[in-house]
Design a protein around this ligand. Structure first.
Ligand SMILES: [Zn+2]
Length: 194
């Protein structure tokens, strides 16, 4: 989907009708890529080969930029972990409303990866996350790519490059735009512990 952004970037050209037509095509491509075009409805969408289930009322999940934000966050995480989109083929990613998601052996997790499924909470303590970048998605993609349930890889305690790559984006709460505060510690996990 990244390649579809080119026509929008050229929208400053003087030919008005051409610009409108190209922009409309770009919007159609974005919709087909992420707007539940598979007919499943209920907020489901697909990013490359991954099926996304949106079971959340967090405002950022219903914003028009959500599919693109999800895709670019996944892309940054894949790059960090040395993975590619094919690694997420047939993966399932669920964004849950509850503060905790049910994971084997850990009822109070805010995210987990099990059996090809990433489940992440969209709710921080007392409030929703304001953007997908604030969730533990970047961490759970790591498990999807390298496994390592015991967190022995030193990359579990870094993430600074991902934080920089995703910084400066808007977030959303019930009132409209709100800060998207990426806290790298949300993604970090001490080594050698489950
Ligand atoms: Zn973990």
């Amino acid at each position: 989907m990244r390649g579809d952004l080119g026509p929008i970037a050229r929208a400053g050209r003087p030919s008005g009708s051409w610009v409108v037509r190209v922009a409309a095509v770009a919007i159609a491509l974005l919709t087909a890529c992420g707007g539940g075009a598979d007919g499943t409805g209920g907020g489901d969408l697909r990013v490359h080969g991954a099926a996304i289930l949106v079971d959340s009322t967090a405002p950022f999940t219903s914003r028009p930029d959500f599919p693109a934000r999800l895709e670019s966050t996944l892309a940054a995480a894949l790059q960090y972990w040395g993975g590619s989109w094919s690694d997420l083929d047939r993966a399932r990613i669920t964004l849950a409303d509850d503060q905790h998601v049910a994971c084997t052996g850990n009822p109070s997790a805010i995210g987990c990866y099990e059996d090809g499924e990433i489940r992440i909470s969209t709710r921080d303590v007392g409030s929703n996350f304001n953007c997908v970048e604030e969730t533990v998605l970047v961490h759970e993609v790591g498990h999807a790519i390298i496994g390592d349930p015991g967190h022995t890889d030193p990359r579990w305690m870094d993430f600074s490059s991902v934080g920089q790559a995703l910084a400066g984006r808007p977030g959303y709460d019930a009132g409209g735009e709100a800060p998207c505060n990426i806290v790298v510690n949300v993604w970090r996990h001490p080594p050698d512990s489950p």
